[in-house]
Design a protein around this ligand. Structure first.
Ligand code: CA
Length: 227
């Protein structure tokens, strides 16, 4: 059975999340502070950890860092406050896999968790990710497709890496900006469009890998090819 740990100090919210996840047939454990959260994640195996960042003792970021330092790659979904782009950035930098912003709809939380569970587990100690015939090596800063090296500049590489780490999930331009660009100004939006265009031209000239979901955003699609 899929086991989820919820680290959230707000008891009302924790209860709502718990009820929803139980209804969705997950096994759920709740803890209400960071210290206990960290000790649990180091001791037991979970399939997904839902982690609030604003905790009374040890912050969510510290829990996350402790978890990743222990070598665990368990997917972590962080819960962040509104308008806290920095918090999200910090969380993602510390090794979170995704986030939802409070207040959130339980269905969104459910969808994010399902997406994390669908993700192929990363191979420990390996710096390469392979998705749909494309291989990205973060240590060599190299991308190959069908055995051929494809030259990418830094931002294109980052964008591709992000998509490859989150296949089959749709991201709005805003979400991509929040995760990849240091700021979200209008010039950054333009830069994202340009980078996306160049990346597609280099890596996906047939337009079969990175799909535009009209009115929503972009996604790297593997399911039709691999499953
Ligand atoms: Ca909190």
């Amino acid at each position: 059975m899929t086991k989820i740990l919820v680290v959230e100090d707000n008891e009302d919210l924790a209860q709502v999340v718990r009820s929803y996840l139980l209804f969705e047939h997950y096994e759920v454990e709740n803890v209400f502070n960071g210290r206990e959260g960290l000790s649990r994640v180091k001791t037991y195996d979970y399939d997904v950890i839902v982690l609030d960042l604003g905790l009374p003792d040890l912050s969510g970021i510290d829990v996350l860092k402790g978890l990743r330092e222990s070598g665990s790659r368990t997917p972590v979904l962080i819960l962040t406050g509104q308008n806290s782009v920095e918090e999200k950035e910090k969380g993602l930098d510390a090794g979170a896999d995704d986030y939802v912003t409070k207040p959130f709809h339980m269905k969104e939380l459910g969808a994010r968790i399902r997406a994390l569970l669908r993700r192929p587990p990363p191979i420990a100690g390996n710096n390469t990710i392979s998705v749909a015939g494309v291989t990205l090596d973060t240590s060599k800063f190299q991308v190959t497709k069908g055995g051929e090296v494809i030259q990418l500049v830094n931002r294109e590489f980052q964008l591709l890496e992000f998509f490859m780490r989150h296949p089959n999930q749709v991201f709005s331009a805003e979400a991509l900006l929040n995760r990849i660009w240091p700021n979200t100004s209008s010039s950054a939006s333009q830069a994202l469009r340009t980078t996306m265009k160049r990346l597609r031209k280099k890596i996906d000239p047939e337009g079969t890998l990175i799909r535009t979901v009209h009115g929503v955003g972009y996604m790297l699609e593997t399911e039709t090819k691999n499953s």
